[in-house]
Unconditional design. Structure first.
Length: 244
C-alpha cells in the first residue's frame, strides 16, 4: 500500500500495462527522490522514517551523500521561466545580500498566506552593472541550469535562488529527521551562503521557527558538501566589467 499511497501523494503516473510491481516501485523511487530524499528512502526500505533502524539511517546518509548525486543538468531548460522585476542597486556584497533578504521575506509572506500550497522557485541575479533581474521558474531541475545560462550570457556578480525544501538531519542517536524550510542559495565567484528559514504548519498556519546560523563559506564553518551551485561559474569566464 505504501507504493500507491506515495504515488498518489506525489502525483506519479499509474502503473503501466505489463510493468512489474518491482519496476513500478523503482520508477516511483526515482521520481520521489527528486522531491523528497527521505520519502524515497522510506519506499526503499518499506518503513516510515520514524521506524527506521540504525542500518536504514546509515543507508540513507550514504545515499544522500553519494559522490555525483543530484548533479545539475547540463542541457536544456524545461518548464517555464518568467522574468519579472528589474531594478538597479549597487553591485556590492552588502547591497546584494540586502536585496536577497527582501526576496526571502516576500517568499515567507507567500508561505504564511498559503501554508501548504506548492511554491515555484524564485531567482535573482545581480549584474556587475548593478542591474538586478528577478525570475520565476517552474521546474526544480532548472535551478542551476537557469542561473548558469544567465552567467554565460550576462556579467553576473551574485545570484540567489529561493525555494521550499526539506532540511534533512542525521542525529547521533542514529535517527533521521526532516524539517520544512525556505532555503536561499546565495553565491558569487568568491563565496557561497546557504540561508534557511525553517517552519512547521500548525492548525493551518505556517509558524516560522528560530533560524539557524547561515552556512557561510567566508567563515571557518562554511564548508558546503556536495554543492551543486558550485557548477554555476565553472567554464563561465570572469566578467570583463570593472569590479565595484
Amino acid at each position: 500500500m505504501m507504493v500507491y499511497d506515495y504515488a498518489a501523494r506525489y502525483g506519479f503516473r499509474p502503473r503501466r500495462a505489463h510493468e512489474s510491481p518491482e519496476a513500478y516501485r523503482d520508477a516511483l523511487i526515482a521520481f520521489v527522490d527528486e522531491r523528497d530524499l527521505s520519502a524515497a528512502h522510506e519506499l526503499r526500505v518499506g518503513r516510515r522514517q520514524a521506524e527506521w533502524t540504525p542500518a536504514d539511517v546509515a543507508a540513507f546518509q550514504a545515499t544522500a551523500m553519494a559522490p555525483g548525486r543530484r548533479q545539475p543538468r547540463q542541457v536544456g531548460i524545461r518548464g517555464e521561466v518568467l522574468f519579472g522585476d528589474h531594478e538597479q542597486i549597487e553591485p556590492t556584497e552588502a547591497a546584494a545580500l540586502a536585496l536577497f533578504d527582501r526576496g526571502l521575506g516576500r517568499v515567507r509572506e507567500m508561505r504564511e498566506d498559503k501554508p501548504e500550497a506548492p511554491l515555484p522557485l524564485f531567482a535573482v541575479v545581480v549584474l556587475f552593472t548593478g542591474e538586478a533581474i528577478s525570475c520565476v521558474f517552474t521546474d526544480r531541475g532548472d535551478r542551476v541550469a537557469v542561473i548558469k545560462a544567465l552567467a554565460r550570457n550576462l556579467p553576473v556578480f551574485a545570484f540567489c535562488v529561493i525555494g521550499d525544501a526539506f532540511i534533512h538531519a542525521i542525529r547521533e542517536s542514529d535517527t533521521a529527521t526532516k524539517t520544512d524550510a525556505l532555503i536561499a542559495q546565495i553565491g558569487t565567484r568568491e563565496w557561497r551562503i546557504v540561508r534557511a528559514r525553517p517552519y512547521h504548519v500548525e492548525a493551518g498556519r505556517a509558524v516560522f521557527d528560530p533560524p539557524p546560523a547561515d552556512i557561510d563559506s567566508r567563515t571557518t564553518t562554511g564548508r558546503i558538501d556536495g554543492d551543486v551551485y558550485a557548477e554555476i561559474f565553472v567554464s563561465v569566464p570572469p566578467s570583463a566589467a570593472p569590479p565595484s
